[in-house]
Every structure is written in C-alpha cells, then in structure tokens.
Write a protein that binds this ligand. Sequence first.
Ligand code: BG6
Length: 467
Amino acid sequence: MKNRMLWGSASAAYQIEGAYQEDGKGVSIWDKFANFPGNTFLNTNGNIACDYYHRYKEDIALMKECGLQTYRFSISWTRILPHGKGEINQIGLNFYIDLCKELILNGIEPMVTLYHWDLPQDLQDEYGGWESYLIIEDFLHYAKICFDALNPYVKMWIVMNEPNIFTQLGYLLEKHPPKKNNLSLYLQTFHHTAVVHAKTVLMFKENKYQGKIGSSIALTPAYSLSNKKEDLEALSMFRATTSDWYLQSYYKGSYPKQALIYYRLAGIEFETKKEDFEIMKRASKHVDFIGVNYYQSACIAYNPIDGVGIGQMNTTGIKSTSGEFGVPGLYKQVQNPNLTYTDWDWAIDPESLTTLLLELHHKYHLPIIISENGLGAFDEIEDGQIHDPYRIDYLRKHILACQKAILHGVDIYAYCTWSFTDLLSWLNGYQKRYGLIYIDFEDDLQRIKKDSFYWYKKVIESDGEYL
Ligand code: BG6
C-alpha cells in the first residue's frame, strides 16, 4: 500500500493511568463519579487502572517492540491544574514531558488529546463545567500550558475527544457524569465544546505552535431499517441532529438548518452568540484534520412521539441485552438484521468505514486521522497466551476499509487501534478488553502480548501489505 499513514494505537488518561491521588493530582469528575456505588459496571473505577503512571516505560518498550509509529494519549487536566485553573502542578506537567521524551527516544511520535472526559470536579462544582460559557477561558488557559510545555515534542494535537458522546451520555442519557436528561442542556454543552475547539485551534495557529490540530468525533454511519417513508425521514433527522450536527459545527462552523428548524418548532432552545459562529467558521478554515473514532454503524427507524427514549445499555457483555433507544418523535436505533454484533451489541461493519471516509473527504476536503478503531471483547489466557482471532479479523477488515478509501483519494495521516493495552472501559469495567496487550488485573497487572500484538507488528513492518 502506498501512503504515508502512520501506524499507531490510542488510550486515554483516566482509563490507564491510575495514581489518582498522587503527586498533587486534583479530583476529576470521573474520580468522583466512578467511586460512587452504582454508577459503573461492578463499581469499577480508574483509581489504579493499568498503573501506567508508574509503568509507562515498560509499556513504551512494548510499543517499540510492536513497531508503533505514533501513540495517542490524553492529558489529565487535574494532574496539571488540580483545581482546573490557577497554579500549575509542575510534577504533573513533568509526567507528560517525560512521557513524550520517552516516546521520542523510542522512535514513536506522540499524539496528544487535550480533553478525554476527565473534567476537573472543581469546575463542575463552580459553574457546571461544560454547561457554562465560563469553561472556555479555563480550557484555553489549560490548553496553552500544554502547548507551551509540550510543543517541542508533539506535532499532532486532538483538542476534544468525542464531544458528541460525553455530552450525550452526560446530559441526555444519564449515564456519564453529571447524569442529566435535558435536551437543551445537551445542545448547550455540545455548543460550548464547539466554541472551545474553535478557540483552541485559533489560539494554536495564532501563537504559531508547530504541528497539526483537530478534534475527534465518534461517527456511526447510519442505514434506514426499511425503505418506508417514515424510516427514511427518521434517518434524515438522525443524520441532521447527530453526525451532521457534530461535523458541520466543528468543520464548517454552523449547524444543519434541518435540525435547527426542528428544534425551533419543538421549542427546544440553547444559547449561542453571533461571534461564536464567526469564530467557529474562522477555525474551520485553519483546522488540519478530522479525527474519526469508528467502531460501528447504526440502523435507524421511525420512533413515534410516545416511543422509546433512553433505553437499556449493554454494559455486561451478555449479548442482546441492549434495547432500542432514541428520541421520541424523531428516530430510534434498532438492530440491523444484515450485520453481526459484538458481545456488547455493537454492530460490526467495516464497509461503512470506507463509505464514511469517502463522504468526509468529499464534503470537508480535509485529511483524516483514524484516532480510534477496535473491538471490545472477552479475552482468555490459555497457557500464558491470548488467542484473539476475532480482534485480528475486526482490525484487518477495518484496515482494508481504510486502504480502499486511500485508493479513492482519501488522505489518512494516521490509523490508531483502540487500544494498546487493555484498559478501563468507562461503564463496562475491565472485562471489556480492547488491547493488543493483555493486562492481568488479577495478577499484579502483568502485561502479556496477545496474538493481535504479533499480527499488528507484522502489519506495521510490511506497511499494511501483510494483513
Ligand atoms: C470511545 C472512547 O467512545 O470508545 C474511548 O473515546 C472508549 O474512551 C471507546 O473506551 C470504547 O468504548 P467503551 O464504552 O466500550 O469503552
């Protein structure tokens, strides 16, 4: 395959670091939320996680052995600013500087996410965190500290990780902190993330930091369940209020008219300022790439006004336990009879990734970073080995889907598997495993290479020829 796509893997601070109270780190919303009984699967939390904070050199040595060319990780805001703002905690900042140096020493390019959901609790308490315009100034302050300290080492920056998912789960579906169900608030918080993204991109460019910058959106391309008019209309509204809403605001600086009209007629309001859109538009002309997190596609059907809402989420890994869910009067997400599903009921659909990449390319004319792609599964140790052909199969098909898109002209800077090691899956605990490296959470957090590790090593060595 001829391209300059970097081969990588990804993670997030809360899901791997542990050391949640060490070296002056402050409390994040996830530290508090996951330590409250009943919020997560079997009350799992990231207090220790993979203890990456202490063992990152061991993990980076494994990354080197695998041949990773880039590694995406996120910064924990509260390690650097324990209260979200104010004095810098230099020990926290040094951790990330050392981490970058270690990666570079091992020939791996750091790719840094500024925000992967672990908001400082103090900002949530003071003004509701993402609910307020006040978040913008605090975020810019935090971002500037990271840029100043890490710019010598980092050439790829992701401002936001999946703003669509954390606002939806936190403000619409009552699953993430602060567990609310309020459509206006969801739109409001998402809007603040869009302004934060835009202002951070502009600040980065105005200060002439070196490197590329963008944000990552979780994208689920959608089919309609049938060709009935009401299902097709539901699909159209699903797109307008989800993927188009996220992409157009981040990458064009406006919201889709179809969705705006719907919200206006339904009396659902959120506050925006004229200058927000000027800034968002300006930023969209300077952003360097679209970050794509791709796991699954969606199947959409008509949902009557008294139809399903939040629905049941499968956090146990017991197949077919998630129910239909949606927005009454607009759409619902249902099982696609043409696809197979993971144990957590996620549709496996590599073909949709090619379609998605082509669509993004033609609509937004920007390069892409596949910032996450992977399979959450149960893995078993057998005689000290982990045979995970299902993961290899999933990754192979999705890499092929990327290669197909590249052949059609899509520019992909990097492809990151989710994840390098097993880690905490926010609501699903430690049994939903994504890594190329198995972590034995029962035995001293031992790291064991899975079959997928050896396979990915060969893929990288051959630059995608061996699949
Ligand atoms: C993405 C997140 O939504 O998907 C990751 O950016 C997350 O942090 C991944 O772990 C898989 O989701 P889950 O819920 O299975 O952990």
